[in-house]
Write a new protein. Sequence first.
Length: 202
Amino acid sequence: MLTGARALGFQTLALDSGCLIEDFQEKYNTITEFSALITAITTAMDSPDCLGITRGGNSFTSESEPRQVEFDGSRVRFKGDFVKDSAQPRIETTLLEFSTENLRRVMPSSEVTKTGIKTSIRERLRVDTEDYMKSLSWVRERSDGAIIIFTLYNPLNIGSVSVTGTDKNEGELAVTFTGFCDDFQDMDYAPYEMVIFAKEAA
């Protein structure tokens, strides 16, 4: 029987739903040792930077807008006739933690006011540059112990604010974070990166 199954393949499976961490890119960019990466992840998971408990897993998508270069006489496809007019990366998740930080992330153009025991969050219609997060990382473990990280640059929830609650169940915050470029010198690249940290250098 022909199959792609092999012993080596079971070492590179992406496991479980992972976790979402805000502004983690600045930390892992300076890390050169695997043990320091694990420490940084566990520290972030115990801080408000972690978006916390999710339901239904997380997903990363980079949606491209492809276009074929059309010309007279074309009958078949050629290497080089494929153009990407745009790319829109996003991370989709459903949050269960109704923390002030998560509500601010879901309602990005919001103003938070705290008075005594009351915290008021109002959604502004105008979106300012400071409403964007610096980065949002989806951190996952691979079956060989390596860490896989998908990071959106300057993410923002540009979709609807969707909150649900049902009897005998927890409330849910469904959200889609979309990445944005903030540097015109970097506009040839989609605003995300994928990084793999191996346990040992190759």
